[in-house]
Ligand binder design. Structure first.
Ligand code: IPM
Ligand code: MG
Length: 363
């Protein structure tokens, strides 16, 4: 029996509901694969601001650093929208990414056959889409200094700084090329090299590295074109490699190919402890109602088994369960317009039920 220490950071809004659901799945799968969990829960984001006047306490970051993996729900909400700078709930996420050095953000965008009708795009456009967005997560305009707002005599001015170093670009690009090698072998590197200095460095660096991966089919693409191609012909993409902010925007766009942003998981990886979270936010409009789609967080737990526990089979079992449940027609409200939508608990039970069926078949 192996024991894993997992930090659970539910955060705000639907964060609590979806992490509760995902923890149930985590424990059930753990039982099948002889993994037991030591769980510690801490407040982050708005919840932490309310309690401690800081979006994340240092001791929470330290606990995360010492753990085997971190599961995060979502942060933010209207209550804290007026907060600025370090008092914003989102500052917790940025601190975690920075302190854990999570420079890689993997966002798989997979369209399940059962959901092709749920997308806002035509079924023939989205069917079979399977994209991995590799987003740089600890650099770029999210972290560049200086950043400030100042009063001018007759005006007001704000400044953010966009910077990238070759070393930061190289390490994330390697991740993308390696990932493509075990997928369909295609990398699209996305930048704005017709305008930005940082993008020209990005393009040079990635382009040079690409010559070493001769088996990879490689191309550069401008970000505006990529945004358009994602809705025109998304099947052209395998791995999309891009900067922090472009990755943020393109992954939200790509999520709608799958039918709902409630379907998209993510893994944030560095050289130490990794963090797993759904791509969707805290969804304050539906928080506390028990209707949130837990599948993105459950799929994030699958990624945790894959990348942090090296249990590929367990990861695949979770992913297969999601597919089966969708094939059986189980839908949360974000995936259907009909009255037949189930809540968070029923969706989670449906997933858990898949494991029971699996074990009873196996034994
Ligand atoms: C995401 C989110 C975050 C980001 C916010 C909440 C800070 O949108 O993970 O995509 O911009 O990175
Ligand atoms: Mg985002």
């Amino acid at each position: 029996m192996m024991t894993k220490n997992v930090i659970v950071l539910p955060g705000d809004g639907v964060g609590t509901e979806v992490t509760d659901a995902a923890v149930r799945v985590m424990e059930a799968v753990g039982e099948l694969y002889d993994v037991s969990f030591n769980l510690e829960r801490y407040h982050v984001g708005g919840a932490s601001l309310d309690e401690y006047d800081t979006p994340i306490k240092d001791e929470v970051i330290e606990a995360c650093q010492e753990s085997d993996a971190v599961l995060l729900g979502a942060v933010g909400g209207p209550k804290w929208d007026g907060n600025t700078g370090d008092k914003r709930p989102e500052a917790a996420l940025l601190a975690l990414r920075k302190e854990l050095e999570l420079f890689t953000n993997l966002r798989p965008v997979k369209v399940y056959d059962a959901l092709v009708e749920s997308s806002s795009l035509k079924p023939e456009i989205v069917q079979g889409v399977d994209i991995l967005v590799v987003r740089e997560l600890t650099g770029g305009i999210y972290f560049g200094r200086p950043r400030f707002t100042e009063d001018l005599p007759d005006d007001r001015r704000a400044v953010d700084t966009l910077e990238y170093k070759t070393s930061e670009i190289t390490r994330i690009a390697k991740v993308a090329f390696e990932a493509a090698g075990s997928r369909r072998g295609r990398v699209t590197s996305v930048d704005k090299a017709n305008i930005l200095e940082t993008s020209r460095l990005w393009r040079d660096t990635v382009g040079t590295l690409a010559t070493k991966y001769t088996e990879i089919d490689f191309e550069h693409m401008l970000v505006d074109n990529c945004a358009m191609q994602l809705v025109r012909y998304p099947k052209q993409f395998d791995v999309i490699l891009t900067t922090n902010m472009f990755g943020d925007i393109l992954s939200d766009e790509a999520s709608m190919l799958t039918g709902s942003i409630g379907m998209l998981p993510s893994a944030s990886l560095g050289n130490g402890t990794a963090m797993y979270e759904p791509v969707h936010g805290s969804a304050p409009d539906i928080a506390g109602k028990g209707v949130a789609n837990p599948l993105a967080t459950i799929a994030s737990v699958a990624m945790m088994f894959r990348f942090s526990f090296d249990l590929e089979e367990a990861a695949q079992q979770i992913e297969q369960s999601i597919e089966n449940v969708l094939n059986n027609g189980v839908r949360t409200g974000d995936l259907t317009d009909t009255d037949a939508a189930v809540g968070t608990d029923e969706m989670t039970e449906a997933i858990l039920n898949e494991f029971q069926q699996h074990t009873s078949v196996a034994t």
